[in-house]
Structures are given as C-alpha cells and as structure tokens.
Design a protein around this ligand. Structure first.
Ligand code: SF4
Length: 342
C-alpha cells in the first residue's frame, strides 16, 4: 500500500464482530466480490476477543476499527490484525496513550491508520475553526501523526473523511501537499446507494486522477458488497484497475431504430460473469453506431430492423433485430475463448 502499489478497495463488515462465524462469512462474501481489505468494528471486549480468530482465518487483511477504548488497540495489535484504525477525536487522553500504542505497533509491525472524521473532530479544533473545515481535518490528522512521530513511529496511514465531497476533496489535497503518508479515501456517511455512489465517484475521481489516494472505501447505507462493487467500478473507470466487461451503449434518442435499453440490458444479462475484459458496443442507429461498434471488441449498429455485428472492427454478420442479442452473446463467447488462448 502506498507509493506505486495499486489502489485497493476496502469495506467494513456489518456483523457483530464477536459473532465470529457470521463475520467470517461476510468477509468471505466480500472477498468473493473483490474486496481487498476489510475493517471490523471493535466496540466491546467480546469483539476484541474474537479478533485473533478472525485475523487468522480471513482471506484478506483485517483492520480493527477502534473508538473510545485504547485497550482494544492493544488487543487488536496482539491479535495479529493487519492494521489498527484509531480515531483520536474519540479516544480520551489519546496523547498519553500514544507512546504505548507506538511501541506495541512497532513491536508487532502493525500499521496505524489515523482516521479523522468530521463527525468526531477534536473539540479543540472544532472550537478553533468553528466547524469541520478542510484545515481543521488536516490539522487534526497531522497533529495526531506528529504524536506518533515523536516516538519514532512512522508506519501511518491517514484519512480525513467528511460527508461533503467538496470539503473532503479539499482536505485530502491539503493533506497530500503536507505529508507523504499513504492516504485512505472516504466520503463518510455518503448516504443511500445512489447518492453515496455519486458522491464517492465524484470525490475519488477528483483525487485519484491527481494521484492522491492509496485505498478507498465507498460508504453506503447498503450491504458492504455493494460498496465494493462501486469501488471497483470507480477504479476501472479511472483505468486504475483493468476493466472487466464494459458495455458501451448509447442513451437512445429520436433516431433510434431499436429499443436500446432492452438490448443493452439483455446483452449485459447474457454476459454476466464474463471474466475477460471485453468492450461491447450496443448502439441504436447508424449515426454513431458503426464508429463505436468498430472501436469496441464487439458491437452492433442497428437500423432498418437489422443489426450489423462487428468483431474487432469488421462486420462479420448482419442479422435480423430479433437475433441481435443471441448473436452478440455467441460472438462474445467465441472472442473470449480466443482471448483466453492468446
Ligand atoms: Fe441516438 Fe443513434 Fe446516437 Fe443512439 S447512436 S443516441 S440512437 S443518434
């Protein structure tokens, strides 16, 4: 993580961490959906007691998320968690504990994420700035990092989350200009799936396109596997992850000679699970159809009740409209097989 390493996608379990079976089950589902790092909440002693088993059995690195109770930080480090997230704004007398946390984390080689959050900003900074401004978030994070640095501990990652993407983007820009630590990006409490997806995509796009950010978490009021799906799509859209199946479909307009929505949906459904990076163009007429279809690995340009099927830039067949979907799917599987053999 950090430097030239690929940006990774993180999510957080919603189970009680103390329920080891349910938590490991959810981690397995997240792993299958492409999640690369998982965070688990640790608000009670029972949760802390579950950490050794979870950290040992999880297929992906487990980060313990600690608020309020420093004793769980030590438990998580001892448990072999891949990292510990602390929110200094929520830990009383945090400054007094830093020396011990730094020593334990160093002894175990455990990185610490300083997770500053607009909703739990240090009271002193809230008073100084009046609210959670980008400057306040950054000052909080760098102050807390400096406490660790005083004890010669530098294995740090930072996040400065805010629910407003504009504030969040500015905070991360300022942070990136002032420190070289890896950064974990997040728009916190981003909302239900649709709103949260938009906010996260806008914010992460603005930052990642400038090389800011090393891990991301899309926070949605939705099942965590959905967060991972969105996170992976954002990375694909930014070319930070190899694209999987990509459907290039036109929005349709008064010139359309075919039901583009239905066609795009049926092709998407027919190719679900395709693990080869294929770009498939589904276009409604001859205005942009042949151009897009030619540029894609595979495509159709529709018109006059027919579809011209393109494969790697060449028209291979012209079929009646009723056979467009099955022909595209058939050609996609042929092409995928050839690409697999290459
Ligand atoms: Fe309209 Fe044709 Fe463009 Fe689709 S490809 S949006 S139908 S002009």
């Amino acid at each position: 993580m950090g430097g030239d390493a690929p940006v990774s996608v993180q999510s957080m379990t919603t189970t009680r961490t103390s329920d080891i079976g349910a938590t490991l089950q959810q981690i397995a589902e997240l792993t299958a959906s492409g999640c690369q790092i998982v965070r688990v909440a640790c608000p009670t002693q029972d949760d802390a007691d579950a950490l050794p088993t979870i950290a040992r059995k999880s297929q992906i690195p487990v980060i313990a998320d600690i608020h309020f109770q420093p004793k769980y930080v030590f438990a998580a480090i001892e448990a072999g968690c891949a990292a510990v997230r602390v929110n200094p704004g929520n830990i009383k007398q945090f400054d007094d504990k830093v020396r011990e946390i730094a020593r334990a984390a160093k002894d175990h080689g455990t990185p610490v994420r300083i997770g500053v959050n607009a909703g739990s900003l240090d009271r002193r900074l809230l008073k100084k700035y009046g609210k959670a401004t980008p400057e306040a978030l950054v000052e909080s994070a760098l102050w807390e990092a400096s406490l660790f640095e005083e004890h010669d501990f530098h294995d740090i990652k930072i996040s400065v989350k805010h629910n407003d993407p504009v504030v969040m983007i500015e905070a991360y820009k300022q942070l990136a200009a002032q420190c070289a630590y890896p950064l974990h990006l997040g728009v916190t409490e981003a909302g239900p799936a649709f709103q949260g997806t938009i906010k996260s995509a806008v914010a992460f796009g603005a930052l990642l396109s400038q090389g800011i950010g090393d891990t991301i978490r899309v926070s949605l009021s939705a099942p965590p596997a959905e967060e991972v799906k969105v996170g992976l799509q954002i990375l694909e859209a930014l070319n930070l992850k190899q694209r999987g199946l990509e459907i290039v479909s036109c929005p349709s307009c008064g010139r359309a000679q075919v039901d583009v929505y239905k066609l795009a949906e049926e092709v998407t459904a027919g190719l679900k699970g395709m693990d080869i990076p294929l770009r498939v163009a589904v276009m409604g007429c001859v205005v942009n159809g042949p151009g897009e279809a030619r540029e894609a690995d595979l495509g159709v340009a529709s018109g006059n009740g027919k579809g011209q099927i393109f494969v790697k830039g060449e028209v291979v067949r012209t079929v009646p409209e009723s056979r467009i979907v099955e022909t595209l799917i058939e050609e996609a599987f042929k092409l995928a097989e050839l690409m697999r053999q290459d």
